[in-house]
Design a binder for this molecule. Structure first.
Ligand SMILES: [Fe+2]
Length: 261
């Protein structure tokens, strides 16, 4: 391989400029055992690839992230297994995020929030942006720690449902009986607590409501643990791991949760 007069390889430098790759820099550094020359190469390469590095930083900041689970992957056991969360978060949620990023790359949606995109989108772009948001909201709707509604939310539950048991029965009925894939939600609509469900990727985010909690009733949420027994999954979630602190924060704030930027 020919070496340029400046000590670097012109072909490698060119590839770096157009590919944003670190591999060429490592290749150049591997070609000398002289540390002072290696440092010289590195400084020249940083200068030569500055535009690529800037673009890479820009790409990273413009990309919607797969938000991490707000607890350890095994934290919800025995109610939801580590394997279920591994697949649900690391494969299903990740796929929605990846498809969303692929769809918005180089479009006017690049740099917009998940909420902005979902509220204006239709078709596959809506499906992937809404599912990205729905899953983030769902992870927060669950908690390994026992939580309780705030004083204000507890008062609203008593006022609008009569009791927590009545609310849980309504949410259970909605989640268990929802036909096929979708989401069961506790929301505030017109100042009243209400239980609703949405089909497939459809989301309370794009309704005229404030979502407080959700339960994913897609089969991928429970099939590993419960096979086809959705009622067993719903019962385990509702009786053990609903995050009432998250619901209370949403209720007291009065606006929808936002997906982390
Ligand atoms: Fe899901």
């Amino acid at each position: 391989m020919a070496t340029g007069e400046d000590g670097g390889d012109p072909a490698i430098l060119f590839r770096m400029r157009i590919s944003k790759s670190r591999d060429c820099a490592l290749e150049l550094l591997r070609r000398t055992s002289d540390i002072s020359r290696a440092i010289l190469y590195a400084s020249r390469l940083v200068a030569a690839t500055r535009p690529s590095i800037d673009n890479l930083k820009k790409d990273m900041t413009m990309t919607i992230a797969l938000m991490p689970l707000p607890y350890a992957q095994d934290a919800l056991e025995p109610h939801i297994s580590s394997k279920t969360l591994e697949i649900h978060h690391g494969a299903h949620h990740k796929t929605y995020v990846d498809k969303l990023n692929a769809a918005i790359a180089g479009t006017e949606n690049e740099g917009k929030s998940v909420e902005e995109i979902a509220k204006a989108a239709s078709g596959p772009l809506f499906n992937n942006s809404a599912q990205t948001w729905n899953h983030g909201f769902y992870w927060h709707s669950l908690s390994p720690e026992k939580t309780a509604p705030s004083e204000s939310l507890a008062a609203a539950i008593t006022n609008d449902f009569g009791s927590m048991d009545a609310l849980l029965e309504a949410l259970s009925n909605e989640a268990v009986n929802h036909f096929s894939n979708g989401w069961a939600w506790l929301v505030v609509e017109g100042g009243k607590l209400k239980v609703i469900s949405t089909h497939d990727a459809d989301s309370a985010l794009v309704k005229d409501v404030t979502p407080l909690l959700t339960v994913d009733v897609w089969e991928h949420a429970y099939y590993i643990d419960q096979m086809n027994k959705r009622p067993a999954y719903v019962k385990a979630v509702l009786e053990n791991i609903l995050n009432w602190k998250f619901a209370s924060d949403n209720f007291d704030r009065g606006t929808a949760w936002t997906y982390p930027a």
